[in-house]
Write a protein of this length. Structure first.
Length: 142
């Protein structure tokens, strides 16, 4: 085998290596794109960080309303439905408040679970990207 044929052989092997590396990169980028499409802007960490305090405040408001309801002496209570206040029996208001608190608590728990899932996926993707690009990439928040 002469020098020129060896050189062509090495170039062919290098092309195969490069194509394998590029295909791995494409799979990685496709995975990142898929992840972004699946977990679009509604489930990003920043949106979740904004939603959690709002849900906690709503939960506190429900708790305050139920405490005020316990302290009141009235049998019929004004209850807001949409933009209108209606007179509703006290027992019905108590049951509605309990349902609303439970629903709010479930959505808060669901949001926390989604947050943990997204953080775990982000950590996994960071590992892959740092393994690939080493110190030439910065994925940390500012």
């Amino acid at each position: 085998m002469n020098y020129e044929s060896q050189r062509r052989s090495f170039k062919a092997k290098d092309k195969v290596r490069v194509s394998k590396i590029k295909s791995k990169q494409n799979l990685l980028y496709q995975g990142l794109y898929w992840w972004h499409c699946k977990h679009g802007p509604e489930t990003t960490i920043l949106k979740q960080k904004q939603q959690v305090p709002s849900l906690q405040e709503t939960n506190d408001n429900f708790e305050d309303a139920s405490n005020e309801l316990i302290l009141s002496d009235e049998d019929v209570v004004r209850f807001q439905i949409g933009e209108v206040f209606t007179h509703v029996p006290r027992e019905e208001v108590e049951s509605r408040l309990e349902e609303m608190k439970e629903e709010n608590s479930r959505s808060l728990e669901k949001l926390e679970e989604e947050k943990e899932l997204v953080l775990a996926q982000m950590a996994e993707l960071k590992k892959i990207l740092y393994g690939k690009f080493k110190e030439s990439i910065n994925l940390e928040e500012d």
